[in-house]
Write a protein that binds this ligand. Structure first.
Ligand SMILES: NC(=O)c1ccc[n+]([C@@H]2O[C@H](COP(=O)([O-])OP(=O)(O)OC[C@H]3O[C@@H](n4cnc5c(N)ncnc54)[C@H](O)[C@@H]3O)[C@@H](O)[C@H]2O)c1
Ligand SMILES: [Zn+2]
Length: 355
């Protein structure tokens, strides 16, 4: 087992990573909480697979458990579903000294985390992420949110968990498309900070070998994210480096109406398209885009999207990270080294260019 400490003063917490952690979650959570009641929030898929096991583990450590289940999918990350969760928390008699546990993917973490952040002005919560994306990205860093019809993550907060428990065995039931979706973010961490991580992912023979080695990959990704978050809890500077591939990625997601491409798939396309251009400008070492292309292909991740440059630019212009007349792009020097570059808005077409 490995433990990564996220140092945020009074809000510090541990990320514990091991295969099989779910069944010991009761003791682990008891060590950080005196709560009488625990509300476990999950989506319908994850609850059916793991809800009872977690309930038993928590009950074994003296928690009175209520399971709150919402329909799986991004559509549930909304105010209507949040309101239902508040009602269930109230019915269960959750008080400010009780606990919320978010058991699931990024949707559950964001929705359950935001419910915890706001119910009774804040109740302690624990993340037990079950998708690869949630294990390496959304469960760490304290961003919680719901979507509005006007856009994703428009209502939210920074609210750190008390503990993150990562059981990599749970990934065995994750549909392969979501495994690869999360892997795109792991590839991103390799690109921005860790060449050895990138090479490790690229060297795996197949998904079986990947899953056998996933513990080490998850650990490295969490360590990188934890370090970045420690330096920039509220996302005003260094944390922007995590957005590598995301300006174009968000544009691709938007053009596809959030349907044809998952987030990770769109980010993969974004990393590749941007790096092709920055290589042409001499900002990025040669062969970097080719290395990204090869690893995306290996995991059946798409390497292009059939949208025109104009269409992508328009969608990127709506990106909420746009501020004033310039936009900050994350650019690779090579695999493992990245830098931030403020770019004039009018120069963006040079960077968002297909073909
Ligand atoms: N807070 C952050 O910092 C942050 C960062 C990145 C993404 N996000 C958010 O995360 C969300 C996407 O997360 P996601 O891709 O995990 O989506 P998700 O939570 O919808 O999970 C994807 C699918 O996998 C299923 N699933 C999850 N774990 C499983 C398991 N172990 N076995 C079988 N099925 C399983 C889910 O039921 C769902 O159908 C988005 O809403 C995004 O905005 C948040
Ligand atoms: Zn992302």
């Amino acid at each position: 087992m490995s433990i990564i400490r996220v140092n945020l003063g009074a809000k510090s917490y541990n990320i514990e990573i091991a295969a099989g952690l779910l069944d010991t979650a009761g003791e682990k959570i008891r060590s950080i909480s005196k709560a009488q009641r625990a509300a476990v929030i999950s989506d319908s898929n994850v609850d059916a697979l793991y809800g009872k096991r977690l309930q038993a583990a928590l009950a074994g450590s003296g928690f009175k458990v209520t399971r709150i289940v919402f329909p799986a999918g991004e559509k549930s990350k909304c105010l209507a579903e949040l309101a239902k969760i508040y009602d269930r928390l109230a019915e269960a008699g959750i008080t400010r000294s009780d606990l919320v546990v978010a058991l699931g993917g990024g949707v559950t973490g964001d929705l359950g985390g935001f419910a915890a952040a706001t119910f009774l002005r804040g109740v302690d919560y624990v993340q037990i992420p079950t998708s690869l994306l949630a294990q390496i990205d959304s469960s760490v860093g304290g961003k919680v949110a719901v979507d509005l019809p006007a856009g994703k993550n428009l209502v939210g907060n920074f609210y750190q968990p008390k503990l993150v428990l990562i059981d990599t065995m749970l990934l065995k039931t994750l549909p392969v498309r979501f495994l690869h979706d999360g892997l795109a973010e792991a590839i991103k961490y390799g690109c921005i900070r860790d060449r050895a991580l990138f090479e490790k992912i690229a060297a795996m023979r197949d998904d079986d070998e990947l899953l056998e080695n996933i513990g080490g990959i998850v650990e490295r990704c969490c360590a990188i994210k934890a370090e970045i978050v420690e330096h920039d809890e509220f996302d005003t500077g260094e944390r922007m480096v995590l957005n590598f591939g995301h300006t174009i990625g968000h544009a691709v997601e938007k053009c596809s109406n959030y349907e044809s491409f998952t987030h990770g798939e769109a980010v993969g396309i974004g990393m590749l398209l941007l790096t092709r251009q920055t290589e042409l400008f001499g900002l990025t070492e040669r062969e970097t885009a080719a290395a990204i292309y090869d690893v995306l292909k290996k995991y059946n991740l798409p390497v292009d999207a059939d949208y025109g440059n104009e269409e992508l630019l328009k969608a990127a212009g709506m990106d909420k990270k746009k501020s004033g007349s310039s936009i900050t792009l994350v650019i690779l020097k090579n695999i493992g080294t990245s830098f931030l570059q403020k770019t004039n808005w009018q120069d963006l077409p040079e960077y968002i260019k297909r073909g």
